[in-house]
Design a protein around this ligand. Structure first.
Ligand code: DC
Length: 227
């Protein structure tokens, strides 16, 4: 069973995908974390986010994931980079890097490989990202497209920054999200958009438990559930 959850930044994808996977006994695959690991690789190699930069650095990068007590870890080579990929520095380059064709080809191939492997082993995978239902697994059994009002998404992201001890104004966070949305929705390759067969879940006024239940119920209603 492959379940995809796509949507803009701050719509609640990762929390929902993670918890839905746990409730279903499936594995969670955070595709954004994999793009971030590539971004960290670019930063460390000190190459620009250009096709030429990608030609130089991609052959040297090996991005993979591992699972420890059900929590997904991102690996860059043998190194666990789960914490490093959340830095503001990586955040600042990852959007540009994710527009590069060779980066996306590499990511899609890896995500399909990991997705199939984990689904085989655990019965199912819940992926979240921007193109998981449109490009990575267009044949996914259940696809969800999560949305929420811009102000609500900015409020959530600001809380995350606060929890991480970073003091960023609401206006700054709102502008950052708006810019990210624009870039993700307007890039040439695999732009963020809803797959035709994806169910829309507006999380503006929903609790996390309701969002998780929405996904879990759809999966359990699928004919392939439990087979
Ligand atoms: O979800 P996130 O903020 O960790 O994602 C980081 C970046 O990676 C974001 O700018 C969009 C990009 N991304 C993508 O292009 N395709 C995906 N499937 C997941 C993330």
């Amino acid at each position: 069973m492959i379940v995809t959850i796509d949507g803009p930044a701050g719509s609640g994808k990762s929390t929902t995908a993670q918890r839905a996977a746990a409730q279903l006994g499936y594995v969670y695959l955070d595709t954004g974390a994999m793009y971030r690991a590539v971004g960290l690789g670019f930063l460390r190699a000190d190459v620009p986010a250009t096709p030429e930069g990608a030609d130089r650095v991609l052959p040297t990068l090996d991005v993979d994931v591992s699972y420890r007590a059900d929590a997904m870890q991102v690996l860059l080579g043998d190194e666990r980079v789960t914490t490093q990929i959340r830095s503001a520095e990586v955040g600042a380059v990852v959007s540009d890097i994710s527009t590069l064709a060779s980066v996306r080809d590499y990511m899609v191939e890896e995500q399909r490989r990991i997705g199939h492997e984990q689904a085989e082993e655990h019965g199912g995978v819940v992926l979240d990202g921007r193109d998981t239902g449109t490009v990575v697994f267009p044949e996914a059994a259940v696809k969800v497209y999560m949305v929420a009002d811009l102000d609500e998404r900015a409020r959530r992201r600001q809380q995350e920054y606060e929890a991480a001890g970073e003091d960023v104004s609401f206006e700054e966070v709102r502008a950052e999200i708006q810019e990210r949305d624009h870039q993700d929705q307007n890039r040439n390759i695999a732009p963020l958009h809803r797959a035709e067969d994806a169910l829309v879940l507006d999380t503006t006024d929903r609790t996390i438990a309701e969002q998780v239940a929405f996904v879990v119920d759809r999966v359990k209603a699928h004919p392939a559930w439990g087979t």
